[in-house]
Design a binder for this molecule. Structure first.
Ligand code: M6R
Length: 610
């Protein structure tokens, strides 16, 4: 997704903008650009592709000046190209804008502007903003931005510069994240903290409908209507090192290896000292309110939705409340039955996914209570939900989610147990038994990671295939979906996940000699049934890799061609272990194929458009 950086201060802005944009690369982008107020006026340089292309362009002709804005674009309106890259300017070249989000009524606005003689150079919605501001400008950039914003509909975060006022930088937030960094004699804007952490730890987090006017000396916060806003500076206490690779070849591998730590952190302080109950002091939902919940909706996208599918089984088994899982982009449009006794759980690593946020708002509009599971403190989802469980995975930089997914599972285990103990649906001894098993998960993950070389070997043979299948039953099916998505997104190998029993209803036609099938067999009560499905694919020539529980290898050896065993845990908790070899499998397959593991094609880390 797009990234914004802005600077006003006493140093050269170009290197600060470029370095800041590099820190936002994890969000995914396809072009980049900067605008700087130089001694010649407002100057813009842009380049399609990676940031290095922009740097190369700037090498011969640097933009010198101490105020500037920069942007990494992930194409939404118009293809990735130099012309469509930000910053965008008006026809007089006096106003320059960087923008994250979408202006829904841009075509209407563009038509009006064209009738008034404005010429457009790009296909973007953003270019309309710079023109609108130029039209509204009467000597005060703040007022012009306010007037322009009033004409715009949609979601946006903006950084605005004008040649007329070289000592002011304006930022606006409307449903797209934006922060303001406060330094001595210098100020920053950014769509995410890592972009400016090298320079300051003091930030303001803008809320929807707020804007900031930055000068070298200070920051004025106000609403887009012009009313002053008072808020405290937020001190960031995590350092940039946590966001760096720490010796691993890729962020994804580092993040896979961080999972034991992430599990411990996510559980820390949430289990009573005697290990017999869950403590979630962050939840404000009362026991009475929880008892009134008659159904749960889990809403999320992609990997987070797959975590939600595990969450459904966890909540239904432990708390005995019916749960539906929805893809967030579908939720609002299917007229879901949301009542006051519906608990809507939104799950989002970034906390900024537009579809998930829209679902959250719809749920609230219908009077439901919303609980969020997210990895980002202060994210939109975290701020708008009634209750939040933060997964303490730490910043996840690789686009392919690993530790954020697995800590969502930990959050669901904790939540399911918490609901069960509150509702009295499980004996205290059973809750203690699950908690004891959870306590062993980090060590068990470590032991799986110790077999990474074995997985690497399997991945290298799989990487030669053009298509493969993941199958499983029950909770194994939910993990199969995640394993398949992971492989697709970073290795670009076609793969599908199927409920093992469903294959025979059509998809078996695709199984032929040598097609790899990864069969998850961790649910021992479903073992025999899954074995029958494995026989169906074997009979058609499939090469089957079984993912089994330790101690169960002998039983499956007769059916599968190869197997990988994971440590034994309670059936409900197996996803937290079985997903680990699948993450490694995708990583090594992508590596074997020479792909950019951390920045796969056509994907963004945080998808802030619907
Ligand atoms: O930030 P979110 O968890 O809301 O993101 C949802 C999906 O976009 C995300 O999980 C996506 O599927 C990842 N690329 C998966 O690795």
């Amino acid at each position: 997704m797009c990234g914004i950086v802005g600077y006003i201060g006493f140093r050269e802005s170009q290197p600060i903008l470029i370095e800041g944009l590099k820190k936002l690369e994890y969000r995914g982008y396809d072009s980049a650009g900067i605008a700087v107020h130089t001694e010649r006026g407002l100057e813009v340089t842009k380049a399609v592709g990676r940031l290095v292309n922009l740097e190369n362009r700037l090498t011969g002709e640097p933009l010198c000046g101490t105020i500037g804005i920069g942007h990494t674009r992930w194409a939404t309106h118009g293809k990735p190209s130099d012309a469509n890259s930000h910053p965008h300017t008006d026809n007089s070249l006096k106003f320059s804008v960087v923008h994250n989000g979408i202006i829904e009524n841009y075509l209407e606005l563009k038509e009006e502007l064209m009738l008034a003689g404005h010429r457009f150079l790009s296909e973007t919605d953003t270019e309309v903003i710079s023109h609108l501001i130029s039209v509204e400008y009467e000597g005060d950039i703040v007022k012009a931005v306010q007037k322009a914003v009033r004409k715009m509909r949609g979601a946006f975060a903006l950084g605005v510069l004008t040649e007329h006022e070289p000592d002011r930088l304006v930022a606006v937030r409307y449903a797209s994240p934006l922060i303001i960094g406060v330094g001595e004699g210098e100020k920053f804007i950014a769509s995410d903290i890592p972009a400016i952490l090298e320079y300051t730890r003091d930030i303001y987090i803008l809320e929807d409908g707020e804007m900031a006017v930055l000068t070298r000396e200070g920051v004025e916060l106000l609403t887009v209507e012009g009313n002053p806003v008072a808020k405290d500076v937020f001190r960031v206490n995590w350092d940039l090192m946590t966001a760096e690779k720490g010796g691993y070849d890729h962020f994804m591998l580092k993040e896979i290896y961080e999972q034991p730590r992430a599990y411990r952190d996510t559980m820390r302080g949430r289990v009573s000292e005697d290990g017999r109950s869950v403590v979630l002091p962050e939840l404000s939902i009362t026991a009475e309110q929880l008892r009134a919940v008659s159904r749960v909706h889990i809403v999320a996208c992609g990997t987070a939705m797959h975590a939600g599918m595990v969450g459904k089984t966890v909540i239904e088994q432990l708390a005995r409340i019916p749960v539906e899982v929805d893809v967030a982009s579908e939720y609002r449009y299917r007229s879901p039955i949301i009542t006051k006794d519906t608990l809507v759980i939104v799950v989002s690593q970034s906390g900024e996914t537009a579809d998930t946020l829209a679902a959250l708002r719809e749920a609230k509009r219908c009077g439901a209570r919303v609980l969020a599971i997210t990895n980002v403190v202060g994210s939109s989802v975290a701020r708008e939900a009634d209750d939040v469980i933060i997964t303490l995975a730490g910043p996840e930089i690789a686009v392919a989610s690993t530790k954020a997914y697995s800590t969502m599972l930990i959050a669901f285990f904790l939540l399911g147990l918490y609901m069960a103990q509150t509702l009295g649906t499980q004996e205290e001894a059973e809750i203690a038994r699950v908690l004891a098993a959870m306590d062993s998960l980090p060590e068990q993950v470590e032991s799986i990671l110790g077999q990474a070389e074995t997985v690497k070997g399997i991945a290298e043979s799989i990487a030669k295939s053009s298509s493969l299948f993941f199958i499983g039953r029950g909770i194994d099916y939910a993990v199969a979906l995640e394993g398949s998505l992971k492989l697709k997104e970073i290795s670009y190998i076609h793969s599908e996940a199927y409920a093992a029993g469903e294959l025979k209803h059509g998809t078996l036609a695709l199984i032929e000699d040598g097609v790899p099938v990864i069969a998850l067999l961790t649910q021992e009560d479903l073992f025999e049934k899954t074995v029958s499905n494995i026989k169906e694919v074997k009979a058609r020539g499939a090469e089957v890799l079984g993912l089994v529980n330790e101690g169960h290898e002998e039983a499956s050896a007769k059916t599968v061609d190869r197997q990988f065993a994971i440590p034994r845990t309670l059936p409900l908790l197996t996803p937290a272990l079985s997903v680990i070899p699948l993450q490694l499998l995708s990583y090594y397959a992508s590596l074997a194929l020479g792909h950019d593991v951390d920045k796969p094609r056509n994907l963004a880390k945080s998808v802030t458009v619907e």
